[in-house]
Design a protein around this ligand. Structure first.
Ligand code: FMN
Length: 200
């Protein structure tokens, strides 16, 4: 089967690709508006893109009426954001944050999540998140109708139990991020793992 995304299946590209390229990690992104109001929203068009310097990217689209989502407006205005990673414990709360609240209304409080100050950026991190990445916008690419925000990652905050200070490693056995599967409602757990050594 071959599907032509430039012709017959152009209008199915989103549905097809988000069902195929799975699981995707989820960034619960916190931002603040120019007047300091906190916003939180999940994005699964997200990944870390490199480590030298440490960068990540996520893609907040426009709403159906053509207006950018609050997260995109806030990054444009303040150039900072925090990526809070999502595990099973905060899966429900993350989903609550996807509700379309009026601009300036705080999704965090509604979802029962707690904000804590960051070290180098103004938006807060989420205390209940297993890990949070403080990011400064490097730039935003507009590719057709897609908007890709690229951030320089300045700090990592972690639940204490997730860091082995002696080895300077993440304790992956205790980290259970969830993954986004087919849109809109499917997810996966990461508790079923296997190891495969690379050939020499
Ligand atoms: C798991 C999950 C992943 C999502 N990923 C994206 C995404 O990658 N891009 C996007 O524009 N919207 C995505 N959404 C929808 C936004 O979270 C939603 O539109 C939200 O209301 C935007 O909030 P904001 O206006 O406060 O930025 C996702 C929703 C969920 C539940």
């Amino acid at each position: 089967m071959e599907l032509d995304l430039e012709k017959d299946f152009a209008d199915r590209a989103y549905q097809l690709l988000v069902s195929l390229v799975t699981p995707r990690p989820i960034a619960l992104v916190t931002t603040i508006s120019a007047d300091g109001k906190v916003n939180a929203a999940p994005f699964s068009f997200f990944n870390v893109m490199g480590a030298n310097p440490p960068i990540c990217a996520f893609a907040p689209s426009d709403r159906e009426n053509g207006v950018p989502k609050d997260t995109a407006l806030n990054v444009r205005a303040t150039h900072e954001f925090v990526v809070n990673l999502v595990d099973e414990k905060i899966a429900e709360a993350m989903n609550q944050c996807a509700a379309s609240l009026p601009f300036g209304e705080n999704e965090l409080m509604r979802a029962g999540l707690t904000a804590a100050p960051c070290s180098v950026v103004k938006p807060p991190r989420i205390v209940e998140a297993p890990a949070s990445l403080e990011c400064v916008e490097w730039g935003t690419l507009q590719i057709g109708g897609n908007r890709m925000v690229i951030g320089l990652i300045k700090r990592i905050h972690l639940r204490d139990e997730l860091f082995d200070a002696e080895k300077k490693r993440i304790v992956t056995e205790k980290f259970f991020p969830i993954g986004r599967m087919a849109s809109p409602h499917w997810y996966c757990k990461t508790s079923d793992r296997f190891e495969m050594k690379r050939p020499d």
